[in-house]
Design a protein around this ligand. Sequence first.
Ligand code: ADP
Ligand code: UDP
Length: 237
Amino acid sequence: MKKMGQLYEGKAKKVFETDTKDVLIVEYKDDATAFNGLKKGTIVGKGVINNRMSNLLMQRLEKAGIPTHFIEEINDRETYVKKVSIVPLEVIIRNIAAGSFSKKYGVPEGTPFKAPTIEFSYKNDELGDPLINSYHAIAIDLATAEEIETIKKYAFKVNEELKAFWESCGVTLVDFKIEFGRLSDGSIVLADEISPDTCRLWDSKTGEKLDKDRFRRDLGGVEDAYAEVMKRLEEHI
Ligand code: ADP
Ligand code: UDP
């Protein structure tokens, strides 16, 4: 399949058309942003790690019965994916309090939850990705009630699979963001990426942060953290 025109350049990836209908190429960059693009930087080697990690995890999720956009890895930074129409909701699952949840509700970072939580943000950079509930999302036609039910079911299943997998690597899955899309037949699949950019991953023993919070919070050792978490994944996948 031949790489054709660029459809979109986002903050972390570029998306290209191919000469095959409904197949796209995503290209992972080393660019890093935080706080809705306010903080910008580069994490050397991030694109290679995120491409590989996302592909390995999506293949694992497929085997567990969750449909994904993954088709085939092309090289270090590029992957064939099924073209979807993205449901403009960032789906966030949490197992342990951190980040915006800790701030908003005054729950100290690291407090485990009695049960995993789900929330949605409206994927809209101009508005700063505001929190939105499912009634609002249905009301303004971001998704149907049926799609929301499917998304919730898949998202919790993704959490169960990933939590168990990361635990086997000595890594605690604190929270993560995923996106879903519609294939041309209308069915819902997991899309976008799963990586240290989109998950909070803490070393199970030491609590050390092995994810993008090292960049967001200027903790240093960003590249080393991405490499460490990738190494653990490759040893256990
Ligand atoms: P952002 O748009 O937030 O800057 P990225 O740099 O990751 O994010 O850009 C990738 C874009 O591609 C995102 O908007 C994402 O929703 C979209 N996308 C991810 N997977 C697919 C897919 N399979 N088909 C179409 N679009 C996709
Ligand atoms: N997240 C993401 N993209 C976003 C916002 C959040 O991938 O635009 C991920 C983030 O990495 C974390 C989870 O979603 O794993 C929950 O993030 P939170 O709401 O705590 O926001 P943050 O503190 O990152 O602003």
